[in-house]
Design a protein around this ligand. Structure first.
Ligand SMILES: [Zn+2]
Length: 414
């Protein structure tokens, strides 16, 4: 098997022992690092590291790369994206610059429904091509694992087309971990307007079992919001998840507190995403549950809505996760280094906390942290090399400015 020895690393950051799967409470700020180090990789896996003073003799058949003082971190894990979509929505953004609100644009047939029309009409091959370009950008920025949601099809064929696109990308890029989430409950399709209950029944009782049977789904998701889906629909999705053994994620509390956090946590959801609006009962439910809170500061930045209370959540001892929410309407940016800066500047996390939220904790929220999201023996060698750092805080300090010098995914430089 191929071996590569990486010498003269200024720092290895984000080290964890095998058994550690997430960080919270006082451990959230723990970003274990090693100075002046080497790293040994065999195949796709990290098999050793140490300091340069005890560098191993170069074993036979081992390639060597001198990192010349570069620092290395685990590849980022993006646990919430809508990367598969058709087209962009600059026209709506310009309308918002002139004062229209996100809800007003949605009410006039724009927003999600604009993307639904585009998605329904695009050919499968074209959707793959368009999505592949975005994934390529994401890889070069150091993202090694990504969750991709459906939700712009809203009918059986078009949702299938989205999830097949995600699965096709996963087979084209085996050096990434690409998780597929069914978000058919993203909005009410025009065919079911005025009959939300029938649509939810159709999705949870007919469509999801078929897609699950075809191996298209890792997780299922719902958009809970006033005018969208409510608590009874969340219950139906949770029951569907239990029946089929699928982890449930839920978009909640983006604009409205409606009791969905407690409902999701008590129903065993894997994650609750957004949380820009959070009350004390929501917080209490999260503190006593095992559901990951996934915060999406890029969405708040782009829409100009409040940010989730990241500091409060971190201080409450929950394993805070941060993702990009990459999508054409509310977060058309996927740069993990910019998200890292927003996590510090706007969510109130310290740099080390934000790094944990975007690596090991994000991996845990996708049930991947046993293999990725940290630097550990037996973990995937998915790594981002960066030069010019004085401290871990240099990364978010130069907001979005520092591109990685190299990215390695599962043991191979891209
Ligand atoms: Zn989303």
């Amino acid at each position: 098997m191929n071996r590569i020895l990486i010498r003269n690393l200024g720092r290895i950051g984000g080290i964890s022992e095998e058994s550690l799967l997430q960080r919270s409470g006082e451990h959230l700020s723990n970003w274990p690092a090693l100075r002046d180090a080497w790293l040994l990789i065999e195949g796709s896996t990290i098999i050793g590291w140490g300091t340069m003073t005890d560098e191993p003799r170069q074993p036979p058949n081992t390639a060597v790369w001198d990192a010349k003082g570069a620092w290395v971190i685990p590849a980022f894990v993006d646990p919430h994206t809508h990367l598969v979509h058709s087209g962009t929505r600059e026209h709506e953004w310009k309308a918002r610059l002139q004062g229209a609100s996100y809800q007003e644009i949605a009410a006039s047939g724009g927003g999600i429904m604009h993307s639904v029309r585009a998605l329904r009409s695009i050919e499968f091959a074209a959707l793959i091509d368009e999505s592949r370009l975005r994934l390529e950008t994401m890889r070069t920025m150091g993202v090694g694992s990504v969750e991709i949601k459906s939700g712009y099809g809203l009918d059986f064929e078009s949702e299938s087309k989205m999830m097949r696109t995600t699965r096709t990308l996963a087979s084209e890029y085996p050096d990434m971990n690409i998780r597929s989430t069914c978000l058919a409950l993203h909005a009410i399709p025009p065919e079911f307007r005025g009959d939300m209950d029938s649509y939810v029944k159709k999705v949870t009782q007919e469509w999801i079992p078929i897609w699950a049977g075809e191996g298209l789904i890792d997780f299922i998701d719902i958009f809970c919001e006033q005018g969208y889906f409510g608590l009874v629909h969340l219950d139906a999705l949770l029951a569907c998840g239990h029946r089929l053994g699928l982890g449930v994620r839920a978009h909640v509390n983006q604009f409205t507190v409606m009791g969905a956090v407690r409902r999701a946590v008590e129903g065993g959801a894997l994650s609750v995403d957004h949380l820009e609006e959070l009350d004390s009962d929501d917080l209490d439910a999260l503190k006593h549950g095992a559901t990951f809170p996934i915060l999406l500061p890029g969405c708040s930045f782009f829409l100009g809505i409040p940010y989730a209370p990241g500091r409060l959540l971190a201080d409450s001892g929950v394993p805070v996760v941060v993702g990009s929410d990459y999508n054409p309407g509310s977060a058309p940016g996927l740069n993990p280094f910019f998200t890292l800066s927003l996590s510090c500047l706007k969510l109130g996390l310290m740099p080390e906390e934000a790094l944990n939220a975007m690596t090991i904790n994000a991996a845990a929220s996708l049930q991947l942290s046993d293999r990725t999201g940290s630097v550990g023996i037996g973990k995937e060698a998915s790594l981002v090399f960066i030069s010019g750092l004085n401290d871990w805080s240099t990364l978010p300090y130069h907001f979005g400015q520092i591109p990685p010098i190299r990215v390695m995914l599962k043991g191979r430089f891209i």
